[in-house]
Design a protein around this ligand. Structure first.
Ligand code: SLL
Length: 222
């Protein structure tokens, strides 16, 4: 594909990926203790299949057919793999787009079976570990641009359907970053002030030295 077929812009899509896990009532004969689901889902209300062709989850090699390819999002809108197991391991998630000339996106998720725990309304415990991330399309192909840019395909994020209040989390993170930036600025200013003070003191000592009888000014570079 020539560069002419690409649109010079950067577009993003917010996605959430991660896993949930629950403890099995009894240990299975194969030693499995947990049921888990790993998923990629949209953050806003939209159909990921509009621009995603397939999602590949690379599980631990213990698993039969450890490379699982999911081509269709389920009725909840997620691409997911359900399994049982006994251990935690990193899962590579590779996302392919409807235009094969668009570079695949790769993320990594460390499957969690034990933490962090959440208590459901019925009192049962579920482990949920997920992140909000964004897919970044730099100079997307025309085909990708058209679908990524089509606002009619997207409805805004609906917090009522989510376990985590992402807008609140984002706001808290932004506030924290702002505070960190302010703190760094204060620290830099304090350091500048300390340097100015040291330079002044050096100059004062130097003055005194010059007044010392027998003092010879050393103008060597070092
Ligand atoms: C650990 N390093 O020691 C990890 C390995 C492997 C998890 C975790 C069983 C899969 C199967 C399973 O859960 N393997 O029986 O097919 O914790």
């Amino acid at each position: 594909m020539s560069s002419k077929d690409r649109i010079e812009t950067t577009l993003t899509k917010q996605i959430v990926y991660g896993n949930i896990s629950t403890k099995l009532p009894i240990k299975l004969a194969n030693g499995h203790t947990h049921r888990w689901t790993i998923y990629v889902k949209p953050y806003n209300v939209e159909k990921l299949n509009n621009f995603i062709r397939k999602v590949q989850f690379k599980l631990h090699s213990d698993y039969e057919n450890s490379v699982r390819v999911v081509e269709q999002a389920n009725s909840n809108g997620s691409f997911e793999v359900d399994e049982t197991g006994w251990g935690e391991f990193p899962v590579q998630i590779k996302i392919s787009f409807i235009d094969p000339s668009e570079r695949q996106a790769i993320c990594s998720h460390y499957l969690a079976l034990h933490q962090p725990e959440f208590i459901e309304n019925d009192g049962s415990i579920v482990v949920v570990k997920e992140v909000l991330d964004q897919l970044v399309f730099v100079n997307p192909t025309k085909k990708m641009f058209d679908v990524l840019n089509d606002k009619s395909l997207v409805k805004p994020h609906d917090p009522s359907k989510w376990r985590f209040n992402y807008p609140e989390i984002i706001e808290a993170q932004e506030k924290m970053l702002e505070e960190l930036a302010e703190q760094s600025e204060r620290e830099v200013e304090e350091l500048r002030e300390a340097i100015r003070e040291m330079a002044k003191r050096c100059e004062e000592y130097h003055e005194k030295l010059r007044e010392t009888p027998g003092y010879v000014e050393n103008n060597d570079e070092e």
